[in-house]
Design a protein. Structure first.
Length: 153
């Protein structure tokens, strides 16, 4: 794609303020969901034998539920990273600018996906493999923080 960079969105300061509030609300909602999932599925005390599944199928169902919850939590955490990236772009003045083309991302797209980093055309080309993705989720974004907390313990 073209390397020329517009680096300016067509969003007004009021639009930016609205999107920032929307992103912060969505982030808080996701953090609440993840916390709730952790409390419900992963912190169930299994020391009481009466709560242990007796049948192998019950044990399989419990394991499936835990694995499913872990998968959902991973997806939610990745979305938090995307939202944090959008909040960073707001702070550095590049929010609403496609990272692939440098052109403004249409307001309608940002209303649908406020953390969008690409315009729809560029995102479609990425998804179909016509363009190599410049940014990828790096699990070390989380693991470094988690590892540091474990090192302190």
């Amino acid at each position: 794609m073209a390397e020329k960079r517009a680096n300016r969105s067509e969003l007004t300061p009021a639009d930016i303020k609205k999107f920032k509030a929307l992103l912060l609300t969505k982030r808080a909602e996701i953090l609440g969901d993840v916390s709730c999932m952790e409390n419900e599925a992963l912190r169930k005390p299994r020391s009481d034998l009466s709560s242990m599944p007796i049948h192998m199928a019950d044990l399989g169902t419990d394991n499936y539920e835990v694995e499913n919850t872990l998968g959902l939590m991973d997806s939610e955490r990745k979305l938090i990273v995307e939202i944090d990236g959008a909040l960073d772009r707001i702070e550095n003045g590049t929010y609403g600018v496609c990272e692939g083309t440098g052109q403004p991302i249409p307001k309608e797209r940002l209303e649908a996906i406020p953390w969008a980093r690409y315009c729809a055309t560029y995102a479609s080309l990425l998804e179909r493999g016509f363009i190599e993705k410049k940014y990828s989720f790096d699990e070390s974004d989380y693991n470094d923080e988690t590892d540091n907390k474990q090192d302190e313990a």
